[in-house]
Design a protein around this ligand. Structure first.
Ligand code: SAH
Length: 418
């Protein structure tokens, strides 16, 4: 199953023998006291030695959670068409970078590049390069195999990238650990199930005011972790809770905010667009922090480093952090976005072209996974950052009839490829 929305907690699964991360954390907590949930999540997911993504990185059917690009090739194809449609709407610039944050197994970029190849005649005069932001050495290896057949060069001398190669379709690909290392330039950004993996702070309203939820070692049970509340306000409480907040429990992901700020500044300066797809809410949910292992919910504090940890993305926070540097669209539900992108037509074509019953059943099954409101259709959302001029002519206010209408943004409206 996918990491479906909502409902924190779940059955705690017994920790397996792998306790290196727990030992490391227990030592740290004993020495210097409780840590924020954000610090715990960062250690558990991306610690360079023992982090979940660093070592296990279990995206896909044989891993811990499955994602849309791993479910159906149609997903990546429609995203590829979204970029082509925006590229056309923005006047077909003669070069662009496709920048993916957290590419997992590389499947999404692989499917997008297939569309770029199929539409090579449309893109023929455009110089395209791919830039992947990935912290996990294990996953970057998987991506290299998927996208280049494993033919990559580590630490290229003249680049800020830690690895480079050429896609099977002839497009140069570069890997970085941080978005800031990606060279400036006209770029289309993609973040699919990336923001939900970034560390969150958790806060709780108490009679004495807001307190931050922290992770500590349980004094009663050896090497067992537990949640505690900070005895007083923490710096994060002061910075991240709005005075008008009505919820009793709030999660904030400052790292997501910083990355959105960077994306918005880059788009404002160099042009392009960003497409963010994730499960999330618009500033309404409370306790969404959860873990996954072997496709089952997993207690977030049990056997850290062996399970994926995740929290719903707060799109209202992302919108706020764009700080008006770009326009924003969405969030819109995945089933509406994919419908607007023409998924029904694409499914019909694939069904007509597939000879055997098993393939047809597989196509229908994956369509249902992506689109069914009870599966991924409703809880996954699409959100975009676009330059203001993409949505509004600068002179529209003065002379409303002066220019032809701007093409609608595909996905958020029906796709019209001209
Ligand atoms: N987009 C993929 C994978 C999602 S899993 C898909 O939908 O299938 C999250 C991805 O983000 C993994 O590739 C993980 O290694 C990467 N990741 C997590 N934290 C990161 C960080 N701080 N910087 C860069 N990549 C990160």
């Amino acid at each position: 199953a996918a990491r479906l929305c909502s409902g924190a907690g779940g059955e705690a699964e017994a920790a397996d023998g792998d306790g290196a991360m727990l030992q490391h954390l227990a030592r740290k907590l004993r020495a210097s006291g409780p840590v924020t949930v954000a610090e715990y999540m960062r250690e558990a997911l991306t610690n360079p030695g023992q982090g979940y993504y660093t070592r296990r990185g279990g995206v896909g059917e044989s891993g811990d959670f499955i994602t849309s690009p791993e479910i159906s090739q149609v997903f990546g194809e429609l995203i590829g068409i979204w970029y082509i449609s925006e590229w056309m709407a923005m006047g077909k610039p003669n070069t662009f970078q496709l920048v993916e944050l957290g590419p997992g197994r590389g499947t999404l970029t692989h499917d997008i590049l297939r569309v770029f190849k199929q539409l090579a005649s449309v893109l023929s005069k455009c110089d395209v390069s791919v830039h992947l932001v990935e912290v996990s050495p294990k996953l970057s290896e998987t991506q290299a195999v998927m996208l280049t057949g494993g033919k990559v060069q580590p630490n290229p001398e003249d680049k800020s990238a830690y690895m480079q190669g050429v896609s099977k379709t002839g497009i140069p690909i570069f890997w970085y650990r941080d978005i800031q290392d990606v060279p400036p330039g006209y770029s289309f950004y993609l973040a699919h199930e990336f923001f939900d993996a970034l560390p969150i702070h958790k806060f709780q309203r108490t009679e004495k005011g807001w307190r931050e939820v922290l992770v500590d070692i349980d004094p009663e049970v050896p090497d067992q972790l537990r949640f505690v509340l900070s005895p007083s306000r923490t710096p994060a409480t002061q910075n991240f809770i709005q005075p008008e907040e009505t919820r009793d429990h709030v999660e904030v992901c400052p790292e997501a905010g910083v990355i959105v700020q960077r994306l918005a500044s880059r788009i404002e300066k160099d042009g392009g667009a960003a497409l963010v797809a994730d499960y999330g809410h618009d500033g309404t949910k409370t306790d969404t922090f959860r873990g996954f292992r072997n496709h089952k919910l997993h207690d977030v504090l049990s056997a850290p480093g062996t399970a994926d940890l995740t929290a719903d993305v707060d799109f209202s926070y992302l919108r706020k952090m764009a700080q008006g540097r770009t326009a924003t669209l969405g969030p819109i539900k995945q089933r509406e976005f994919l419908k607007n992108m023409g998924i029904d037509l694409r499914l019909q074509v694939l069904l007509q072209n597939s000879g055997d019953t098993a393939t047809r059943e597989q196509l229908l099954h994956s369509y249902d996974m992506l689109m069914n409101p009870e599966k991924m259709g409703d809880c996954f959302n699409f959100f975009a950052l676009l330059p203001h001029h993409r949505l509004l002519h600068p002179d529209k206010k003065d002379k409303p009839e002066s220019k032809s209408p701007l093409p609608p943004v595909a996905g958020f409206n029906e796709l019209l490829l001209k």
